[in-house]
Design a protein around this ligand. Structure first.
Ligand code: GUN
Ligand code: ZN
Length: 441
């Protein structure tokens, strides 16, 4: 009788406990066993004979053992809850402007070029490869206004084996006449796009309704998108309260707070991910918390576009779940390693303004980049931590690879390795990447 091969990972394992938010688990010399896509056992004191008899295995034929070294840790895959794939060619450019001018001067111009599907294919292939290399096992993408290009991004995720939510951007207002849809196109195109993704029948890649932001659409269009999401129980992503000037414009146009605009149009749901959320009022945070929507904190982008300092602790104090986003190209690097570090920087900077403020710890940053992201995307029953029955989305991180910026000079315990990874790691320290049990790096 033939079996699906069992992969065994033995070494230092770190993750946040899936249900007890306050508990980080460190298994020193622990093990995880994976059959097909899923974790079948986890613990300490691995015993191959017991496992072989539990799973009726022939040890030589059916078991692949991966023994981590002392400089390595096994952690859940990182989750980028907010990234704009078409903006990747602009990474690192245009930070002389703040949000609204940046969109008009740099971003829409680049995004309007994705009618060229060869260009789309080349860029999307690179960003999916790059995010995977940086350890992003799940990405929540803003794709293109154009459906064909957006489908190419979905196919790129499928080809490279990345778990993803892919959103065709909905936008009827922009300064470029050839980079908008009419209201009718906006609705028809998104319905077709959702059906096209669903008909691919791929477990890893799902559609997400993507109204760009309140300034790109009118109430009626947003309400239509809210209805489409409700009818098919889809995820929703958009931007909220990122920049002071933007927030004032939203108030002037709609005569409502930013969060109220989305709530009035049924866009605030348990499956909604709102990027930024820097300037939300207490009332808006109560509303978002009541609706069960999450915030994707994008600290690199908030700094580069001079948007402001987002206070994650305050969001948490209202019971709002927080994830991390690279927001490329608002942020320059498609890396959640960098986002964890920047979240810590921003939190320390906030503490300079208030001496009673306890900044985030590296453990909390790790939560935001793993389980926080999984919760935001409603996939914490499947990924984000290591539990029996969950799919195996994981990284082997090595802090002693000769080529990285970390010199590994004295032995570190597992949590010290995690700290080093967060504070000075990069894609060179991400040795292996697994998505749904499959090695993709
Ligand atoms: N708000 C509307 N569009 C965008 C975008 O592309 N990036 C960021 N950071 N904010 C936005
Ligand atoms: Zn964004």
């Amino acid at each position: 009788m033939s079996h699906v091969k069992i992969q065994v990972f033995i070494g230092n394992i770190i993750y946040w406990h899936g249900s007890k938010k306050s508990e980080i688990i460190v298994l020193q010399n622990g093990f995880v066993t994976v059959q097909g896509k899923s974790i079948v056992s986890i613990g300490t004191e691995f015993n191959i004979q017991c496992m072989a008899s539990d799973f009726k295995l022939n040890i030589d034929a059916d078991v692949e053992i991966n023994r981590l070294t002392d400089s390595q840790i096994l952690i859940p895959g990182l989750i980028d809850a907010h990234v704009h794939a078409p903006q990747y060619p602009n990474a690192g450019l245009g930070y002389d402007k703040a949000l609204l001018e940046w969109l008009d001067c740099y971003t829409y111009k680049l995004e309007s070029q994705y009618k060229d599907l060869d260009f789309a294919r080349a860029v999307f292939d690179r960003i999916v490869r790059k995010t995977l290399d940086c350890g992003t096992t799940t990405a929540c993408y803003f794709a293109s206004l154009f459906s064909d290009a957006s489908l190419i991004l979905a196919d790129s995720c499928i080809n490279h084996g990345q778990r993803a939510f892919v959103g065709k951007v909905s936008m009827t207002k922009s300064p470029l006449a050839d980079y908008v849809e009419t209201e009718e196109e906006c609705v028809a195109n998104v319905i077709k796009f959702v059906n096209d993704i669903i008909s691919r029948n791929e477990d890893l890649v799902k559609p997400i309704i993507t109204p760009r932001f309140a300034l790109s659409l009118n109430m009626n269009e947003m309400a239509e998108l809210g209805r489409i999401a409700a009818n098919s129980d889809l995820h929703i992503q958009t931007h909220v309260s990122e920049n002071r000037e933007e927030v004032e414009l939203v108030r002037d146009i709609f005569n409502l707070s930013y969060a109220e605009v989305y709530d009035e149009t049924s866009l605030l749901t348990k499956k909604t991910i709102l990027a930024h959320g820097i300037y939300l009022t207490d009332d808006e945070l109560k509303l978002i918390s009541n609706r069960g929507s999450s915030i994707a904190h994008c600290p690199e982008s908030n700094t580069c576009l001079k948007s402001g300092l987002c206070d994650v602790k305050r969001l948490h104090s209202f019971g709002v779940n927080v994830a991390l986003g690279s927001d490329v190209s608002g942020g320059p690097l498609p890396s959640i390693i960098r986002a964890m570090r920047s979240a810590l920087d921003v939190s320390v900077h906030l503490s300079f303004q208030n001496e009673n403020y306890e900044p985030l710890t590296y453990r909390e940053a790790f939560y935001l980049g793993t389980l926080g992201g999984a919760k935001a995307l409603g996939i914490d029953d499947r990924v984000g931590s290591f539990e029996v029955g969950k799919e195996f989305d994981a990284l082997i991180v090595d802090m002693a690879t000769g080529s990285s910026s970390c010199d590994y000079l004295v032995p570190c315990d597992p949590l010290e390795l995690l700290q080093k990874f967060i504070y000075l790691g990069d894609d060179r320290n991400v040795l292996k990447v697994y998505v749904s049990g499959k090695c993709v790096k």
